[in-house]
Design a protein around this ligand. Structure first.
Ligand code: NI
Length: 445
């Protein structure tokens, strides 16, 4: 039996299923509350899972970095074409924005990121990355496959949509702020709310986690060049040693969080890059250091930024060096904090409970990681959540950005079904659903 026939048979079964539900209950809202479970049953069917897994593996074999997602974007468009889903392309260089539903308001958006990382994959398996030095080590291949899965679910149930779902296949999440470019393209101007997810190894497959309010930190990067005077390593009196100066700078930077910040206000300053010198007996001319800084409020974030610059330049001058600091605000925009809307969070918990049972929802603590989903939430009420991937009895999965990162493909149906359910249910909710935009965060960065 062809896939389409198979799907239409399922649709008939669903119609029967929902009519049975409405017969057995006087309240039509019961049918609405069955949507998530129905969608999950649909997404867990063999043909559907195999199709999503196939897409994920294809993307995994051909990872592409931010704003270079040419083949990934092509694959997404080919699948949308096959489903008969209309879309806009290009959006933000390689991005694709699809539409399912009435074409009329209200509009609700679902987002997936498509980019990979400059990491050499160390996992030996059949579908290992074929591109040396590049890898989907953060699960964005799975995110893209799940959003295509959600799109198919929505398309198959399009008659149930009371508005339009906007499907955002976004480029360049990893540090480049692709979401910012998508917002600047204006394609989400009419959207009322947006949902996004990230796979996570902290929870088991079939479980999800989120929280109201700040969930992920604001993030920035810095790089400093510390200039001294090179010379013979045996005659230090004729040189100005930038390696020693940089070492003092790094130690001083560690005091910003430990001595200057409120211990109850979580912040991070990490120097992750230290480059200088390439001989045993030569003091180099200059050293480059760089890293990241994180905070949950703009006040703390801006204070860190100011002090990082001061500490680097002042401490370098104590060591008779000159330093310049670059925060890359053009190419790598600061990420705002990821802040979940209160009402959307309540709605998310309801829909999750209907699909998985409340025992499979967990309230997460805020994490110092950052997400460019925050750019959407600056302008629109949004909800970001973690999708569990762990499998009981299996070795623990590595966290994101590890060369040993693996995805539990058994989680894909949960993500696809939950995203599709959130959008479908959102369009059926009385308006306005969300709280007023969270000004205190929105205006911060
Ligand atoms: Ni990621």
């Amino acid at each position: 039996m062809s896939f389409c026939k198979w799907v239409s048979l399922i649709s008939i079964l669903h119609l029967l299923d929902s009519s049975l539900i409405s017969c057995s209950s006087s309240q039509s809202s019961n049918g609405v509350s069955q949507i998530p479970q129905r969608f999950l049953n649909f997404a867990q069917r063999d043909g559907f899972v195999d199709w999503m897994v196939g897409i994920r593996r294809k993307i995994h074999e051909h990872p592409e970095l931010g704003f270079e997602e040419i083949e990934t974007s092509k694959l997404v468009r080919a699948e949308l074409d096959k489903m008969g889903v209309s879309y806009k392309y290009p959006v933000a260089v390689t991005g694709v924005v699809g539409y399912v539903g009435t074409g009329q308001p209200p509009f609700v958006a679902l987002r997936a990121d498509m980019d990979a990382l400059p990491i050499q994959e160390m996992v030996e398996w059949e579908h290992k990355s074929k591109i040396p030095g590049k890898m989907h080590a953060c699960g964005h291949d799975a995110h893209t496959a799940m959003l295509l899965g959600a799109t198919k679910l929505l398309k198959e149930h399009e008659e149930e949509l009371k508005g339009t779902v906007v499907l955002v296949f976004q480029p360049a999440e990893e540090g480049r702020g692709g979401a910012k470019k998508v917002m600047e393209a204006g394609v989400l101007d009419n959207v009322e709310a947006i949902f996004g997810l990230h796979v996570a190894n902290r929870w088991e497959s079939g479980k999800v986690a989120s929280k109201e309010g700040p969930m992920l930190a604001a993030s920035g990067t810095f790089e400093a060049k510390i200039h001294g005077k090179g010379g013979h390593a045996a005659l230090p009196q004729f040189s100005i040693d930038p390696i020693l100066a940089a070492s003092h700078v790094i130690v001083s930077l560690q005091q910003l969080v430990s001595r200057e910040a409120d211990p109850l206000d979580s912040q991070v300053v990490t120097v992750a890059k230290f480059k200088g010198g390439d001989a045993f007996n030569v003091i180099p001319d200059s050293v480059t250091i760089g890293g990241t800084f994180r905070a949950f409020s703009s006040e703390s974030f801006n204070q860190l930024k100011k002090r990082i610059e001061q500490v680097i330049t002042s401490q370098a001058s104590v060591q008779r060096c000159n330093a310049t600091v670059d925060f890359f605000e053009e190419g790598r925009p600061f990420f705002p904090p990821t802040v979940n809307d209160k009402e959307l969070h309540r709605f998310f918990k309801n829909v999750t409970g209907e699909m998985l049972g409340m025992e499979n929802y967990e309230e997460t603590q805020p994490v110092m990681g950052a997400e460019d989903f925050a750019f959407y939430q600056e302008a629109k009420p949004g909800l970001f959540y973690f999708l569990g991937m762990e499998k009981e009895g299996h070795p623990r999965l590595e966290g994101g950005h590890s060369p040993y990162f693996r995805v539990n493909e058994g989680s894909l149906p949960y993500g696809a079904a939950l995203q599709a359910s959130l959008a479908t249910r959102y369009l059926l909710e009385p308006r306005p659903l969300h709280s007023s935009p969270q000004k205190s965060y929105k205006d911060e960065l």
